[in-house]
Design a protein around this ligand. Structure first.
Ligand SMILES: Cc1cc2nc3c(=O)[nH]c(=O)nc-3n(C[C@H](O)[C@H](O)[C@H](O)COP(=O)(O)OP(=O)(O)OC[C@H]3O[C@@H](n4cnc5c(N)ncnc54)[C@H](O)[C@@H]3O)c2cc1C
Length: 297
């Protein structure tokens, strides 16, 4: 009898003991016990029925919002990079969860569809963008998300309307264990050239204000109501502070940089320092935006 691992090998790429550091933008993370990359959505659904129900699964997008423990992920990491179809349906776009948000923004611009411009500046996949309710420049995923298709751990698919996901600032209420496979976005008619110009301006603003040349995971903390995490961290004198091979960016204080070979613990130590100092001085409790996987603050 074939093992479930062998069966998954027939539905896509299956590998054991896969280092995750090269799959996160921060460049940190130990190995996953297994990593599965289905060839398409139908194969993912079939695979879901074969994966033992007790096995821990973890959906991985571009890894641009993750701090993964140096001990890695004990379980099966699901990588939907090959699920990236994109179909236009009037003013709507139907998209595979593995499509890069930047690519989707370009595609929408080419079609003269407006609403996804902000995605040009967020380095994640559609699935990760929805799970995080990513946003920038006053726009966020929940503004344009019509509905998602998710796969449950028992292999059943379910369609969920955007308004039923209770999306809020960097929050989406997905059912436990659900894997987003597809999304439908409702957009507006626009002009290709002005959409592209808008995206160019957003990208320029980004590269002027963020340390994009160094490995990082974007904003480490959420902005507290009415304030900015970066301003608070800078005000307690932590810009440029370092621990091991990680440092708080001297360009943007809400970014932590991997200077090369940083450990998960290096980053956590800096996060604790920032959290403690900001709480002491401003009585504000910073909440982390980066998802912690296998580690605690
Ligand atoms: C330079 C830089 C700039 C950034 N700027 C912004 C910004 O302006 N705005 C912003 O909001 N964020 C920003 N981020 C953070 C990050 O890009 C976003 O949170 C993005 O949405 C994460 O997408 P991802 O594909 O990388 O997800 P990952 O980091 O891979 O995963 C994030 C979470 O989503 C879950 N997930 C991923 N795919 C699926 C799926 N298919 N189904 C279910 N769950 C899934 C993961 O399990 C994890 O819990 C930035 C990051 C960097 C490095």
């Amino acid at each position: 009898m074939m093992s479930w691992q062998d069966e998954l090998s027939n539905l896509g790429k299956m590998a054991a003991d896969v280092p995750l550091s090269s799959r996160t933008t921060l460049g940190i993370g130990g190995a996953a016990t297994w990593l599965f990359r289905p060839s398409n959505e139908a194969n993912m659904q079939q695979a879901m029925r074969l994966i033992p129900q007790t096995l821990h699964t973890f959906p991985l997008g571009r890894g641009s919002n993750l701090l993964i423990a140096d001990s890695g992920i004990d379980g099966l990491v699901l990588d939907l990079s090959d699920v990236h179809m994109c179909r236009d349906d009037g003013l709507e776009l139907v998209v595979g969860a593995g499509m890069r948000m930047g690519k989707l923004a370009q595609k929408a611009a080419t079609l003269g569809l407006s609403g996804l411009e902000f995605m040009a500046t967020v380095p994640g996949d559609v699935g990760g963008g929805i799970a995080m309710n990513a946003g920038a420049f006053g726009q966020q995923v929940s503004d344009v998300l019509h509905s998602v298709e998710v796969l449950q751990r028992n292999g059943k698919s379910q369609s969920i309307q955007g308004e039923d996901l209770n999306m809020a600032y960097r929050f989406t209420a997905l059912p436990a264990g659900a894997l987003i496979t597809q999304a439908r976005f409702s957009l507006q008619q626009g002009d290709t050239e002005s959409i592209r110009q808008n995206m160019r301006e957003m990208r320029q603003k980004r590269s002027a204000s963020q340390p994009l040349a160094s490995p990082n995971c974007g904003s480490v903390f959420k902005n507290p109501a009415g304030d900015f995490a970066a301003r608070l961290i800078e005000s307690v004198g932590l810009k440029g502070a370092s621990e091991g091979n990680a440092s708080i960016s001297d360009v943007h204080a809400n970014f932590i940089i991997n200077e090369g070979g940083a450990s998960c613990e290096d980053v956590l130590t800096l996060m604790r320092l920032a959290k403690d100092k900001v709480e002491q001085k401003f009585a504000v409790e910073l909440e982390h935006e980066v998802r912690l996987v296998g580690c605690v603050l």
